[in-house]
Design a protein around this ligand. Structure first.
Ligand SMILES: *Cc1c(COP(=O)(O)O)cnc(C)c1O
Length: 355
């Protein structure tokens, strides 16, 4: 039988791994593998989604004018700079497809978000990586130095998934100055709401200053809407226009638009939830360090346990306790901050195991 023609470059990349499902067991189990919020949607959000469902026979308004206006106000930019997508992974995918042609390069640190290599290859580009430093942080000077005349985009994940580490405003500013102005820099700020550092990159200031900077944000993490699929970029106008040409029409449903708008209106309630998650995250990180584990300072809704060769034992100890986390063989385990009960189970399991 003759094999069907497929793109040969897709053989190089694995499919995206969804977070491991909850451990199947008789006792309680905790899914801490996808950085989801432990809180269900706010009643005000559910109500607005329900209203939108009643009009599900109609196509959504692709321009999403209310949501775009609210986001433009929030980021102090022209509405034309806001680009929406079905999650910020889709938004980043649009950006890659908007800037890269076959043979071009997309540059990012490694280890970082697992979707980046796939998004680059799917856009026809070649992923190029620069290792994190010994403290699991972005090496921004090395990243800037790796830019070539084929580089079309540089992705900086801050806080970084899966290590939770951050770059400072100063370091990111120096990086922006070093990157040529015709190369798009994407600051993937999926976890930025969990970063309370005084020296965190100041998005509004940076967006005003650097015309080749885009920031990608999502409603999936701090806003707890992972199942609704809505994210956005604040991008240079030309990039936002190009993104609209590669986007799948009607990708952001009316339900997702309604949920996002209602969430922006409930910002203070959501900020309280974020605060609870941050306090719990710091409690878990502190307890695991006290038990001897290497856990870098984290500014996201997860901790990175740099367990290296002991990773299989960590995974078994967690699974025996009913916890599924995200495993990186030979490197470590990323554990989402869950409910206090789930976090207690994580602490007990890894304290008993011992580093
Ligand atoms: C979760 C995540 C996103 C966004 O995911 P969506 O659900 O598609 O919005 C983007 N970047 C990183 C690094 C993430 O971890």
């Amino acid at each position: 039988m003759t094999a069907l023609h497929l793109r040969p470059d897709l053989e190089e990349i694995p499919s995206y791994r969804q977070g491991k499902p909850p451990v199947a067991r008789s006792g309680p189990s905790y899914k801490l593998s996808s950085n989801e919020s432990p809180f269900g949607p706010l009643p005000s959000v559910v109500e607005r989604v329900r209203d939108a469902v009643a009009r599900a026979n109609l196509y959504p308004n692709m321009a999403a004018p209310e949501l775009v206006a609210a986001l433009a106000r929030r980021h102090e930019v022209a509405p034309a700079r806001i680009a929406l997508g079905a999650g910020s992974v889709e938004v980043i995918s649009q950006m890659m497809r908007a800037v890269a042609s076959p043979g071009d390069e997309v540059l990012f640190a490694w280890r970082s978000f697992e979707a980046y290599p796939m998004l680059a290859v799917a856009a026809g580009a070649r992923p190029v990586t620069v290792p994190l430093d010994a403290s699991f942080r972005h090496n921004l000077p090395a990243l800037a130095a790796a830019v070539t005349d084929r580089t079309r985009a540089v992705l900086v994940c801050n806080p970084n998934n899966p290590t939770g580490t951050t770059v400072t405003h100063q370091a990111f500013t120096e990086f922006m100055q070093a990157v040529p102005a015709n190369v798009l820099v994407v600051l993937d700020a999926a976890y930025t709401e969990f970063d309370s550092a005084a020296d965190a990159p100041r998005e509004t200031e940076l967006l005003a200053q650097y015309p080749n900077l885009a920031v990608a944000r999502t409603f999936s993490k701090a806003y707890g809407l992972a199942g609704m699929r809505v994210g956005y970029a604040v991008a240079p106008i030309a990039v936002a226009e190009a993104m609209s040409k590669v986007a799948v029409p009607f990708g952001v449903t009316a339900m997702a638009q309604a949920a996002a708008l209602a969430s922006l209106e409930a910002a203070s309630e959501l900020a309280e939830r974020v605060h609870i998650v941050m306090t719990e995250r710091d409690r878990v990180a502190g307890a695991l360090r006290a038990a001897g584990w290497t856990v870098p300072q984290t500014a996201a809704n997860f901790v990175w346990v740099a367990s290296g060769e002991r990773t299989p034992q960590v995974v078994s100890a967690l699974e025996e306790a009913g916890v599924s986390a995200r495993t990186f063989d030979g490197e470590g385990v990323r554990i989402t901050t869950g409910t206090p009960a789930a976090n207690d189970v994580v602490i007990a399991a890894l304290t008993t195991l011992g580093a």
